[in-house]
Design a protein around this ligand. Structure first.
Ligand SMILES: Nc1ncnc2c1ncn2[C@@H]1O[C@H](COP(=O)(O)OP(=O)(O)OP(=O)(O)O)[C@@H](O)[C@H]1O
Ligand SMILES: [Mg+2]
Length: 145
């Protein structure tokens, strides 16, 4: 997975969980310490599944943790912080959980429903867009900007 940038997004159709897991694994090989990845797409489009697959490929063991909490932390050689801001109401609530301090820690950061946090994110980060095509198929687009 190379040459990924704003003008050169990666676009793939995944037809199965296995496809998506493989794609997550490939993408994870690009990730470096303190990278930030935002994930966009409707409910049930595969954002959480994708992050958990990445955590597994990094060797995380606690990936069965619930997917509806604001923060899941996966302990691997690099700590993985998986945020989900779906239930937060505004930027202030995001600031109040200490989000900016988290981003300064040693780790890789994933954010579902990231819209309200965008001003706090580093300029360079990955954005992944999920579209539901049918029950088992998802269109997954990865951009770097
Ligand atoms: N090809 C596929 N890739 C990923 N998930 C798939 C695929 N086909 C079916 N699914 C199913 O879609 C669902 C995705 O759920 P997931 O919790 O990852 O969604 P989400 O985008 O995180 O939703 P939410 O916004 O509610 O957090 C799972 O039930 C998964 O089994
Ligand atoms: Mg989710």
């Amino acid at each position: 997975m190379k040459n990924l940038d704003k003008t050169n997004p990666l676009e793939k159709i995944s037809q199965s969980l296995k496809n998506t897991s493989q794609m997550a694994k490939n993408f994870s090989s690009l990730l470096k310490l303190n990278d930030v990845v935002t994930l966009y797409g409707p409910l049930g489009s595969g954002k959480t599944f994708f992050v958990k697959a990445i955590a597994k490929s990094f060797g995380a063991k606690n990936v069965s943790s619930p997917s509806f909490v604001i923060l899941n932390e996966y302990k691997t050689k690099i700590p993985i912080y998986h945020f989900d801001f779906y239930r937060l109401k505004n930027e202030e609530e995001i600031a109040n959980i200490g989000f900016c301090d988290f981003l300064n820690q040693r780790g890789i950061f994933f954010i579902e429903w990231p819209e309200m946090s965008e001003k706090m994110l580093p300029k360079n980060h990955y954005k992944i867009f999920f579209e539901i095509l049918n029950e088992n198929s998802r269109k997954i687009t990865i951009k770097h900007n």
